[in-house]
Design a protein around this ligand. Sequence first.
Ligand code: ZN
Length: 53
Amino acid sequence: MARPLCRLIKEDFHNTSKKEFLKMVDQAGFYCKKCGRTAKDEKLLCKPKKIQV
Ligand SMILES: [Zn+2]
């Protein structure tokens, strides 16, 4: 995975590759400080931060 999810979403990834997208965001443990997106793997985000409530 070379490009972060943050950028893929701008290319409509969440609709064109819905299954892949759902796998990436299922049980997300990280969020992006810049975009507010969430993902399972920090490598998928451009400014990852661990989710701690
Ligand atoms: Zn981001």
